[in-house]
Ligand binder design. Structure first.
Ligand code: FES
Length: 936
């Protein structure tokens, strides 16, 4: 069959049933991305004879004689299509995994189509941006700017990879047509997994005979091949932060879909066929799917064979992974004498990260005999070290490479595919690839922890908190990955942000036979913040005090201790960091006092509030909520970086963090350029490769700017000092009489070299004595606090329960704003994700732990028409702990959004929502029977 792809004629032979996307990628056309297999997400969009289609549902055999255009065919980094240039300059992307598809579809839009953009682009999803920036790109709005030498910080400079992203040239994990394997002529092998059909079972026998006999099968891996080392898929600086409860292939299965066996074969299809030929006998075990039931005596035990001391499980005999119980004073007594009290129980749903790039790893043995894993991870160094430990390899014999990652949100702080690929590579000696399907992402990849949170508050007549009790139970699922860290973090800053003389916290992380929960943007804070901020709103109503004013009276201020459960508890959170919470409250208060913004983002009538143009069917309300978050994780987060001067006045930085849309790479170039008196475009980034960069804990916990950025700035300053010293030596050698005294204060690093007095010492002269490299290190401590305050105005449709967000405003204290447009994008994207999980996103399980929402059609992530435009306001502070005054802001925007919307719904309808998401049917039920709202 003959087709033309991006102007190049190709002779191809599609396999039976093959779709266009797999055909294109099989032939090295990696500008076409895989986000799903169902025509839902649009990452695979291409033009067929000029018409946009989803190539993942387009039969390949129908392409005979057709012309196919991908993002790479629209333009190149040097000569981009106007739409691509607009996406770069807006910038209309973060991770960029959706961008190749977006630009393809957008390139066909007429002016009339642009007016109808929500419908025309409903087939393209973006999980990162919140869509405002994409709409700016469609409208030709330029939000980026060029920096002047030495003054890049504070400017919205464009991401270094922008042109490659918008033209489909940027490499993601599996965008790798050639693998430098030992036997490069041998084709890539693929891995498929047989998942457990039972939520709890023991394998009594596996017959692999028929599967192994299938032509094309190279290996069948079962529990008999397990290396015998327990580990956790959750990764942290200290592996001791997580319980050792997981095996590569376990004989006991603790949730539906858990690996029973894996097949390595010539193709995915053959591997899947072989999986179906495996004959497995199970001893089905009783299962438990509710954390409260799992805590009761006699409940089935998931890890009863393990011990607290050896495996770091708090109470394996009652399914408790971790617990925290403590108080600062007698909360019961304080509640008994309080002038006003609130007592309610809030619950949150299970949420999928839904990053458009699925988890995937390709592994091989390089010509030196070292294991190489190219993988979608936020933590390459932590993956390297754990793979080496589990498989008894020397870490120096393992290399982990992360190219640009197509979205993370905490989901790629897990080791989900790397271990199985390693086992397969070690067994076969071949290059092996394992790629999650979208269904896998929904059914076996960890989700956000569902929580049940009871909050009791007491206050005096002046609205001063006198008692706070937070009682949290979370479902960590079948394995304890992140189940300890999320539990502790969930009740940390959420409780510490308020002054209160009597605080009590009870928290438990509980095993169930549900799919595992894990790290998710906010790391547990969002769930507890939803409960506490809802309770604060209710307390304000009890007291007759404005909800924002009540918060103002009770939030901690510099000088207050940051106490959770023990006033004598050591904490590395410091008030030496900047404080902008007061500004954030003021900014949101002002914004909510103004007129409603235009609301062009949802279908249906424009709602402007009660009045002549407002239907009586709609109820209107306003809500606020706040959140604080530490600027990096506790217990250590390390970054070791390098900056090297290259010939021609360019610089090369080595940094271990991965780029997955968080924008740290851009900020890193800004920090280095500022220190070195140059512009970011002269800074080359080598990152997230354990061979090419020095150790970095990884890109999570909002640490990319604060930790790695500070280490890079230190390295750049050291290089600047070294360049200055060399320049002085050069000048002193030429004019020894004037070297001291005259020259000291008149030395400056410039784009052309180092200026000493009137003399410019060029880069070539600086490099005469050999290469110039400087290193920087930062261990992250002490930590500071970043703040967010969210305000929402909503309309609730009484007949249906629909909640429509009319105004969304968030004020953030991120310290010095290093890149305003990127920071705005992080806030908008976090707010959009939070709107999704507040109103409709939920991974639904039946009573036996079976996921019933296993595709984008049943699990709804926000489309362009779904999310409100969030107004983003910046507090003006300078954090002395962060690089050039900056704090972190990638997780924080998520946390206050759901409670702000819930409080607005309460304001609108007079009934409080206690459960997320606030779906139409649930809100309708609240209206139908307010007494049944729950919460008691
Ligand atoms: Fe759209 Fe990441 S930028 S999915």
């Amino acid at each position: 069959m003959r087709i033309e792809v991006d102007g190049t004629p190709m002779e191809v032979a599609p396999q039976p049933g093959q779709v266009l996307r797999t055909l294109l990628r099989q032939h090295g056309v990696t500008s076409v991305k895989k986000g799903c297999d169902a025509g839902d997400c649009g990452a695979c969009s291409v033009l067929v004879d000029g018409v946009p289609v989803h190539s993942c549902i387009t039969p390949a055999h129908r392409m005979d004689g057709r012309t196919v255009t991908t993002a790479a065919g629209l333009g190149t980094p040097e000569h981009p299509h106007p739409v691509q240039r607009a996406f770069a300059e807006a910038p209309g992307f973060q991770c960029g995994f959706c961008t190749a598809g977006f630009v393809v579809t957008a390139s066909t839009l007429t002016d009339d189509d642009l007016a109808d953009r929500h419908r025309k682009l409903k087939g393209n999803l973006c999980r990162c941006t919140g869509y405002r920036a994409i709409e700016d790109a469609l409208d030709g709005v330029v939000n980026t700017a060029c920096a002047t030498p030495g003054a890049a910080v504070g400017t919205s400079v464009v991401a270094p990879a922008a042109m490659r992203v918008v033209t489909g040239q940027e490499e993601y994990t599996l965008d790798v047509p050639d693998t430098p394997a030992v036997r490069a002529t041998e084709a890539l092998l693929h891995l498929a997994v047989l998942g457990s059909p039972h939520p709890h079972a023991r394998i009594t026998a596996i017959d692999t005979t028929a599967a192994e006999a299938l032509p094309g099968v190279h290996a069948v891996l079962t529990y008999r091949d397990d290396p015998g080392v327990l580990f956790s898929t959750g990764r942290h600086e200290s592996r001791l932060d997580d319980p050792d409860d997981t095996r590569v292939l376990d004989r006991v299965l603790r949730f539906r879909g858990q690996r029973v066996a894996a097949v390595v074969a010539d193709s995915v299809r053959t591997a899947e066929l072989a999986c179906a030929l495996l004959r497995v006998d199970y001893q089905v075990l009783p299962s438990v799917h509710d954390p409260d039931a799992a805590r009761r005596p006699g409940a089935p035990l998931l890890h009863g064979d393990k011990t607290s001391a050896e495996h770091r499980i708090a109470e394996p005999t009652c399914n408790v992974v971790a617990s925290l119980h403590g108080e600062t004073a007698d909360v019961g007594a304080a509640l008994a004498v309080a002038a006003a009290t609130v007592d309610g129980t809030w619950s949150t749903g299970r949420v999928s990260h839904a990053a458009l790039e699925t988890h995937a790893t390709r592994g091989w043995v390089d010509p030196d005999g070292r294991l190489v894993l190219r993988t979608a991870t936020q933590v390459p160094f932590l993956i390297r070290d754990e793979i080496a430990r589990v498989f008894a390899l020397d870490p120096a014999r393992v290399r982990v490479v992360a190219k640009r990652v197509g979205g993370g949100f905490g989901g790629k702080q897990e080791m989900l595919t790397e271990d199985l690929v390693t086992l397969a590579v070690l067994r076969t000696g071949r290059t092996v690839q394992y790629e999650f399907s979208r269904r896998d992402e929904f059914t076996i990849a960890p989700t956000r922890h569902p929580m049940r949170v009871r909050v009791r508050l007491g206050a005096d007549t002046n609205g001063r908190l006198t008692a706070m009790h937070v009682d949290q139970t979370m479902d960590t699922g079948a394995y304890g990955n992140h189940g300890i860290g999320v539990m502790f973090h969930s009740v940390s800053e959420s409780v510490a942000v308020y002054r209160c003389p009597a605080k009590r916290v009870d928290a438990e992380s509980v095993y169930t036979n549900n799919l595992p929960s894990g790290a998710f943007r906010g790391y547990g804070l969002g769930q507890v913040v939803f409960a506490i901020e809802s309770a604060m709103d209710e307390l304000a109503r009890e007291l007759g005090i404005d909800p924002l004013e009540l918060r103002r009276r009770n939030v901690v201020v510099p000088g207050d201790p940051l106490v959770v459960t023990d006033p004598h508890e050591e904490t590395d959170l410091r008030w030496e960091g900047s404080y902008g919470l007061d500004q954030c409250l003021h900014l949101v208060e002002q914004a909510l006092a103004g007129p409603l913004p235009e609301v062009p983002r949802t279908d249906g009538p424009v709602l402007t509030g009660p009045g002549p143009d407002g239907s009586p069917d709609w109820a209107f309300g306003t809500g606020v909520a706040l959140a604080a978050i530490a600027t990096m994780p506790p217990r250590g987060h390390h970054a070791h970086t390098s900056v090297e001067l290259l010939p021609g006045g360019r610089y090369r930085i080595g940094v271990g963090t991965a780029e997955f849309g968080n924008g740290t790479t851009t900020v890193h170039t800004q920090l280095v350029a500022t220190a070195l008196g140059t512009t970011p475009d002269r800074v080359e980034v080598h990152q997230s490769d354990t061979d090419a960069a020095r150790y970095d804990t990884g890109a999570f916990g909002s640490a990319g700017v604060v930790v790695a950025g500070r280490a890079l700035y230190a390295a750049a300053q050291a290089l600047r000092d070294e360049m200055t010293a060399r320049a002085l030596a050069v000048v002193a050698a030429r004019t020894p009489r004037t070297a001291s005294g005259v020259l000291g204060p008149a030395v400056a690093v410039e784009p052309g070299g180092v200026r000493v007095g009137d003399e410019l010492v060029g880069h070539a002269e600086l490099l005469v004595d050999g290469p110039l490299v400087a290193h920087g290190t930062h261990d992250g401590t002490p930590r500071s606090l970043a703040f967010t305050v969210h305000g929402a105005r909503v309309a609730v449709h009484r007949p249906t329960g629909e909640v429509r967000v009319l105004q969304s405003v968030q004020a953030v204290d991120a310290g010095t704003v290093l890149n305003p447009e990127q920071l705005r994008g992080q806030v908008e994207g976090g707010a959009a994700q939070a709107v999704g999980s507040a109103l409709y996103e939920e991974v639904v399980l039946d009573d036996t732990g079976r996921v019933t929402t296993d595709a984008f059609r049943s699990y709804r992530v926000p489309k362009m028409s779904d999310v409100p435009r969030t107004e983003v306001l910046f507090a003006d502070t300078h954090d002395p702990l962060g690089p050039l005054g900056a704090k972190s802001m990638s997780e924080a925007p998520y946390n206050p959004v759901a409670p702000a919307i819930a409080n607005a719904v309460r304001d609108a309808i007079g009934v409080r929502p206690y459960r997320l998401p606030m779906t139409w049917d649930r809100v309708w039920a609240l209206l139908a029977d307010p007494a049944d709202a729950g919460g008691a």
